[in-house]
Design a protein around this ligand. Structure first.
Ligand code: APR
Length: 309
């Protein structure tokens, strides 16, 4: 059986760490692409030279030439500018839209059947750019945000209750921004909703920390944004697709009437497996949750409306 091939565009912090995870899991051969000459080649070579020690057979290469990415099963897009302190995700909009458009056009020409996973921020708006630039159906254009936001929520729940992260589950819906909607009712420890385990003010504090999770890391790092948790979250999506695991994960997908939203990328739970998004899972929201979701969708719409034509 031929090995899977994953192209990771952007050999920066998120891209290189994602490539490392995929390779070290032996999940696929990885092609790292960047606009900077030598950067993807150098990181690719370095990762390849770790293989004998780590013990995997994935091939890792770096390139500036999209011809080398041909026939990829998945294309992960991380290229762009990272957020700097004091810079909102939205400030990045125009700059990253141009980058995402260019790399998606170039890469999907080489791999017309690939599944696109978008990581570049502002996430939901970049998914729109990618969908338009690729012409792919919605099943094959996914945004990585919900897995990361949920992972942050889980981290904080586990810390608060002093329990294993493994026994936590968390649901975060909506856009990947300050308006994201953590759903505490569906966030659990070993199946017990956290609403049974924590007082409302503590839950609110954890939700706020989750919504502010990216900025918290940026404020500490000062010269860049988070990458370990984003790369781990991207890896989880790649793994679900390549191994047709049918994982139920929150991802940004183009909603077509689900959750009362039309033609907008917003984070919702989906089934991820072979071919990308297999279906959207719709859950009934309370009036308050529905209002928060609508507000979050409106914030995404506002960014999409600002995209260069
Ligand atoms: N083509 C290919 N690569 C590009 C292009 C382009 N047109 N423009 C920029 N890049 C590359 C940069 O050269 C850099 O190596 O994208 C890489 C981005 O890496 P970092 O600056 O380290 O940023 P990173 O932390 O990886 O974040 C990337 O993911 O989480 C999001 O908000 C984050 O949008 C940001 C993205």
């Amino acid at each position: 059986m031929a090995r899977n091939k994953v192209t990771v565009i952007g050999a920066g912090n998120v891209g290189a760490t994602t490539a490392q995870r995929i390779a070290e899991a032996g999940l696929a051969d990885v092609v790292l692409v960047d606009i900077v000459e030598g950067l993807p080649q150098g990181k690719g070579l370095d990762l390849a030279e770790a293989a004998p020690v780590v013990g995997h057979d994935s091939r890792v290469t770096g390139t500036n030439d999209y011809a080398d990415t041909a026939g990829s099963d998945i294309i992960v897009v991380t290229s762009g500018l990272a957020r700097q302190p004091g810079m909102s995700r939205d400030d990045l909009l125009a700059k990253n839209a141009g980058i995402v458009k260019a790399v998606v056009e170039a890469s999907t020409k080489q791999s017309p059947d690939a599944v696109l996973i978008i990581v570049t921020n502002p996430l939901d708006a970049m998914c729109h750019v990618a969908m338009q630039a690729s012409g792919f159906p919605r099943e094959r254009v996914l945004g990585m945000a919900g897995v990361l936001d949920s992972a942050r929520f889980r981290t904080f729940i586990a810390e608060e209750l002093d329990v294993s992260v493994e026994d936590t589950h968390a649901f975060v819906l909506g856009g990947h921004g300050d308006t994201m909607v953590p759903l505490s009712r569906y966030s659990t420890v070993a199946g017990i909703p956290i609403t049974e385990l924590l007082p409302p003010d503590r839950i609110k504090a954890l939700e706020e920390r989750t919504a502010n999770g990216g900025a918290e890391v940026v404020a500490l790092l000062k010269t860049g944004s988070a990458f370990y948790a984003p790369a781990a979250s991207t890896f989880e999506m790649v793994d679900a697709i390549l191994r047709d695991r049918r994982r139920v994960l929150p991802c940004a997908v183009l909603l077509q009437d689900e959750y009362g939203v039309q033609d907008l990328f917003v984070g919702v739970p989906v089934v991820l497996g072979a071919g990308g998004m297999q279906r959207v899972i719709e859950i009934t929201l309370s009036a308050e949750e529905q209002a928060a979701f609508k507000k979050s969708a409106a914030a995404v719409q506002e960014l999409v409306d600002k995209l260069p034509a």
